[in-house]
Design a binder for this molecule. Structure first.
Ligand code: FEO
Length: 168
């Protein structure tokens, strides 16, 4: 059984993950608009990862006999100043998600709920990777100054990214 508090916090985190999916889809749309389809692909893959993160929580709540409550998804950013800004925002966003996972873990620890604690460890580890890959992508964008031929080269590299569902 989930406590009311943990059920509500897990539902909130599920919403955060769906919002992340939206945010990254919006970034993908921005790059399609610039004919940088490889960069768009990078964010489509990111959006797929976020969908996976959300659905993992969805099924966990069900498995625990809890109630999934889908909420409204906030409007994502739709205007970006430059390609480099998008990658800055993506890293910033991942840092916020890490904080919300940590806050959720604090609740599980406080409530001494070992099962939820164990479930959330996957997210704690995943966030290390999420921040590392966002940071690496931003670093590459900074290296090329976010424009020119370098941008086209990076676009080709990011076109190769594929979604691989993590071991659940
Ligand atoms: Fe679900 Fe990118 O964190």
């Amino acid at each position: 059984m989930l406590s009311n508090k943990l059920q509500s916090e897990l539902n909130k985190q599920m919403n955060n993950e769906f919002f992340s999916e939206y945010e990254y889809l919006s970034m993908a749309a921005y790059f399609h608009g610039m004919n940088l389809d490889g960069m768009a692909n990078y964010f489509h893959v990111q959006a797929q990862e976020e969908h996976f993160h959300a659905m993992k929580i969805f099924h966990y709540i069900i498995d625990k006999g809890g109630k999934v409550e889908l909420q409204q998804i906030a409007k994502p950013d739709v205007d970006f100043a430059s390609p480099i800004t998008v990658f800055e925002k993506a890293l910033e966003h991942e840092k916020k998600v890490t904080k919300s996972i940590n806050d959720l873990m604090d609740v599980a620890i406080k409530e001494n709920d070992h099962a939820v604690n164990s479930f959330l460890k996957w997210y704690v580890d995943e966030q290390v990777e999420e921040e590392a890959s966002a940071s690496k992508a931003l670093g590459k964008m900074q290296l090329i100054g976010g424009k020119g031929e370098g941008l086209l080269m990076l676009d080709q590299e990011f076109a190769q990214r594929t979604f691989v569902a993590p071991a659940a």
